[in-house]
Design a protein around this ligand. Structure first.
Ligand code: GRF
Length: 199
């Protein structure tokens, strides 16, 4: 299976996937990294790992549809089977998602369905939950609403800043994202309605 990672920023999850692939934990190489941000550190990380990396400038396309057509063209060229979103800050259209049905996964820094959308760690702190965490899920046409593949729980401490909690969650993100991708590549993940079952 050929993997592409979409990332807009820092790329620490991308790095975790690159490292997991390099040490043979993920039984496949990441073929391609795509970013919508020219300055994304993720692109530099891909470059350092000698992975093809492309900045596709959304500003060069007159609509989301055209932008996504370009993405699909590239993904086909590379014969990509699995798209891992890792801090990709664009919402993919229902049309794009249909094209890659159940082949797009995302990692989100909360225990979904709680705290969807942006600044999930801050939302969790403001709400006052005692536990938060991260979720890897299939991407559907909603926001952070697709079938849940895996989650990890972290304790929220009374004095946590957003940075403290984010850091604690990130550590778990870096652990479960490679695990899920390994399971998908080994064909252990099955979808039953919206429930994900691991064999
Ligand atoms: C992570 O917190 C991830 O859960 C969210 O965006 C952040 C990306 O971080 N979707 P990084 O770019 O992988 O370091």
């Amino acid at each position: 299976m050929k993997i592409a990672v979409f990332a807009s920023g820092r790329g620490s999850n991308l790095q975790a996937l690159i490292d997991a692939s390099a040490r043979g934990f993920i039984p496949s190489k990441i073929e391609l990294v795509i970013s919508d941000n020219r300055d994304a550190k993720a692109l530099k990380r891909a470059e350092a790992a000698r992975i093809d990396n492309l900045f596709i400038d959304p500003g060069k396309f007159s609509s989301t549809g055209e932008y996504e057509e370009k993405l699909i063209e590239i993904l086909r060229e590379y014969k990509i089977d699995l798209i891992a979103l890792a801090g990709f800050m664009r919402i993919l259209s229902a049309k794009f998602i249909k094209e890659y049905k159940h082949k797009i996964i995302n990692i989100h820094p909360s225990l979904l369905p709680a705290f969807k959308g942006l600044n999930a760690q801050e939302q969790a702190l403001e709400y006052g939950v005692k536990y938060s965490g991260c979720t890897v899920h299939f991407v559907d046409a909603g926001i952070d609403s697709g079938p849940i593949i895996e989650q990890a729980v972290v304790r929220v401490d009374d004095n946590d800043s957003v940075a403290d909690l984010s850091q604690r969650i990130l550590k778990e993100e870096h652990r479960i994202y490679p695990e899920v991708i390994k399971d998908i590549l080994e064909d252990k993940i099955k979808l039953k309605n919206r429930k994900v079952i691991k064999n």
